[in-house]
Design a protein around this ligand. Structure first.
Ligand SMILES: *Cc1c(COP(=O)(O)O)cnc(C)c1O
Length: 219
C-alpha cells in the first residue's frame, strides 16, 4: 500500500482514539517497507503474531521500534525474542511464563507480559480462563517469576456482527482487569482490533491492536 494511504488510515484511527489509548499497528503479512512508512510518521508500537516474521522485520528496521508479540508463542521460540521484545501480549500458560522468566534472566532483562484471557466463544482463539490467570497472579505475587512484569490482560472478542456479544465479552475482560488492577499494579488492558476497537475503547481498553484498518486486507 502506498504511504499516502497508510498515513490517511493512521490519522483516521488516531482521531477516534482518546489520547491515553495506545495504538499497536499490527503489521503481520505486510512488508517491512510499510512498517517503515508508518515509523516515519511517528508510529513506534508494532505487533506481530509469528516469531519468524517478527525477527526478519526487527533486523531490518529501526531499533527503537517497540515490538509486541500478539500471537501464540511456543516455548522453544521464546529465546529468540527475549533480547528485544517490548511486550509479550499472548501469555496463555504457566509453562510459557516459566520459560520467559528463564530466558529473561539469561538476558538480564525484566520482560513485560500480558496474560491472554479467552473471552471469545470460538475454539480457535487461545487464552487462559480467569481461574488459571488468578492462580498465576498469586504465584507471581509470591515472587517466583522474578524476571517478569505482568502489566495487564489481553483478549480477543468473537468475530461476529452481534455487537451485544462483543460488548459482553469486553465487559467481562474489563471487570477482571478492574478486579486485579490495583493489587498487581496493572496499566494495560489490550482489547480491540480493526472491527471492534471503538467498542473496546468504550469498555476501557488502554491499548488497541489494529491491522487491516491501517495496512489494508491481508492475503
Ligand atoms: C491479526 C491480529 C490483530 C489485528 O487484526 P485486524 O482485524 O487486522 O485489525 C489483533 N490482535 C491479534 C491477536 C491478531 O492476531
Amino acid at each position: 500500500m502506498q504511504s499516502e494511504l497508510l498515513k490517511k488510515n493512521l490519522i483516521e484511527i488516531k482521531k477516534k482514539l482518546p489520547s491515553h489509548v495506545n495504538l499497536v499497528a499490527v503489521s503481520k503479512t505486510h512488508p517491512a517497507s510499510a512498517v517503515e512508512a508508518l515509523y516515519n510518521m511517528g508510529q513506534r508500537k508494532f505487533g506481530e503474531n509469528r516469531v519468524q516474521e517478527l525477527l526478519e522485520k526487527q533486523e531490518q528496521l529501526p531499533q527503537d521500534i517497540e515490538w509486541h508479540l500478539i500471537g501464540h508463542l511456543q516455548t522453544n521460540k521464546v529465546k529468540f525474542i527475549t533480547p528485544f521484545i517490548a511486550l509479550i501480549e499472548s501469555v496463555d500458560s504457566e509453562k510459557l511464563l516459566l520459560e520467559i522468566d528463564r530466558q529473561a534472566a539469561i538476558k538480564h532483562r525484566k520482560i513485560k507480559v500480558l496474560l491472554q484471557i479467552k473471552i471469545a466463544e470460538e475454539d480457535t482463539k487461545s487464552g487462559m480462563d480467569a481461574k488459571l490467570a488468578e492462580e498465576l497472579l498469586e504465584k507471581y505475587q509470591s515472587g517466583i517469576f522474578e524476571n517478569i512484569k505482568i502489566v495487564g490482560l489481553m483478549g480477543m472478542a468473537t468475530f461476529t456482527d452481534n455487537a451485544d456479544q462483543v460488548r459482553n465479552e469486553f465487559r467481562y475482560l474489563k471487570n477482571l482487569y478492574e478486579k486485579w488492577k490495583d493489587k498487581y499494579q496493572f496499566d494495560t488492558l489490550s482489547m480491540g482490533m480493526s472491527s471492534d476497537y471503538e467498542i473496546a475503547v468504550n469498555f476501557g481498553s488502554t491499548s488497541v491492536r489494529v491491522g487491516s484498518a491501517i495496512f489494508g486486507e491481508r492475503e
